[in-house]
Design a protein around this ligand. Structure first.
Ligand SMILES: C[S@@+](CC[C@H](N)C(=O)[O-])C[C@H]1O[C@@H](n2cnc3c(N)ncnc32)[C@H](O)[C@@H]1O
Length: 277
C-alpha cells in the first residue's frame, strides 16, 4: 500500500528546506500541493511512503532525488513573447538607446523556464537588427533557471505544436526562427541559439558574482519568494546592472521595498524599472 499522506511535521520540515534552498515560500495550507507534486516521484524512486521520500530529499543523500523534488516544486508556466510589452519596449526604446555602446548588449533572463523568454528576446533582437539594418550590433544573453530539467529543455531548443501555439509566435517568426524536424517538432535555428548561454542558477545564491548586464528580465518568479528574499534578489540585480540598466518584472509583480534602487518608468503599454544613478 502506498502512503501519500504527509505528516504535519514532515510538511513543516520540507517547507523549511525548500525555503532555505530556493527562497520559495509554501503557504501553510499547501500540503496538498506538495503531495500532488512529490507523489509523482514515489514510483520513479521506489518509495512507498511519501514521508520517507521527503526525508531522503531533505537529507540530500541523493543529489538526483533532491534535484527532482525541487524541479517538481517549481512552476514552469511560460509563453512566447509573454505580455508583449517588454519585447516591444526592448525593440522600440532600449535597443535604439544602446545602438552605440560599441560592445555586445548584455541581457540576463533570470528564471527562464523552458526558454520561451530568452528565445523571444533573441528574436526581438534579430528583428530589430533587420529593421534598422544594423550589422554592427551584437547581443549576449545569459538565461538561467534553478531547474536542471528546464535548462536541458532550453539547450535542446525543441518545442511541440502545443507549446509553439502558446503566446506570440506568428507564422512568420516560426518560419524564420525554427526548423521542422522529422518527428514534427520544431527546433530553434542555430543562429538564434548562438546568442544565448543557458545555465543552472539559483536566484537565492546572491553571493555569487555575476556579470554586468544592460537589461535583466526576472518575470513571474519573485511572487514565490518571501519579502526579505525578494529584496535581497532585487538588490543583487541592482548590483548586476550597468549604469542606467533596465529591469523587467512580471506584469502583476512590483518592486516592493527595493524602490531605493530603481525608478519606475511607466509607458503606454506597461512598466519597467531603471537603475537609479
Ligand atoms: C513561472 S516560471 C517564469 C518563466 C518566465 N520568466 C516567464 O515569465 O514566462 C518561473 C521559473 O522560476 C524558476 N525558479 C523558481 N525558483 C527559482 C530560484 N530560486 N532560482 C532560479 N529560478 C527559480 C522555476 O524553475 C521556473 O522555471
Amino acid at each position: 500500500m502506498l502512503n501519500k499522506e504527509i505528516t504535519e511535521q514532515k510538511f513543516a520540515h520540507f517547507s523549511e528546506f525548500l525555503f532555505r534552498h530556493t527562497g520559495i515560500v509554501l503557504g501553510e495550507n499547501k500540503s496538498y500541493l506538495v503531495r500532488s507534486r512529490l507523489s509523482a516521484l514515489m514510483h520513479q524512486f521506489q518509495f512507498d511512503d511519501i514521508n520517507a521520500l521527503i526525508s531522503s530529499v531533505i537529507s540530500q543523500q541523493s543529489a538526483e532525488i533532491t534535484h527532482a523534488a525541487i524541479d517538481v516544486m517549481t512552476t514552469n508556466e511560460t509563453l512566447w513573447f509573454r505580455d508583449n510589452y517588454p519585447f516591444d519596449i526592448l525593440k522600440r526604446t532600449i535597443l535604439p538607446s544602446l545602438s552605440d555602446v560599441g560592445r555586445p548588449i548584455k541581457i540576463w533572463s533570470a528564471a527562464c523556464s523552458s526558454g520561451q523568454e530568452p528565445y523571444s528576446i533573441a528574436m526581438t533582437f534579430s528583428e530589430y537588427c533587420e529593421q534598422s539594418l544594423s550589422q554592427r550590433m551584437n547581443m549576449d544573453i545569459v538565461a538561467s533557471d534553478l531547474s536542471t530539467t528546464m535548462i536541458e529543455k532550453c539547450n535542446a531548443g525543441v518545442y511541440d505544436e502545443l507549446s509553439l501555439s502558446r503566446g506570440g509566435l506568428t507564422p512568420q517568426r516560426r518560419n524564420q526562427f525554427f526548423d521542422i524536424q522529422n518527428d514534427g517538432q520544431s527546433i530553434v535555428k542555430p543562429e538564434l541559439k548562438r546568442l544565448i548561454k543557458f545555465q543552472v542558477h539559483n536566484l537565492n545564491d546572491t553571493h555569487l558574482v555575476t556579470n554586468k548586464y544592460d537589461v535583466i528580465f526576472c518575470r513571474n518568479v519573485l511572487i514565490y519568494f518571501s519579502p526579505e528574499v525578494k529584496e535581497k534578489i532585487l538588490q543583487h540585480f541592482a548590483a548586476s546592472l550597468n549604469k542606467g540598466g533596465i529591469l523587467f518584472l512580471g506584469a502583476s509583480e512590483s518592486i516592493g521595498t527595493a524602490n531605493a534602487y530603481f525608478n519606475l518608468i511607466r509607458c503606454e503599454k506597461g512598466l519597467y524599472y531603471k537603475l537609479k544613478d
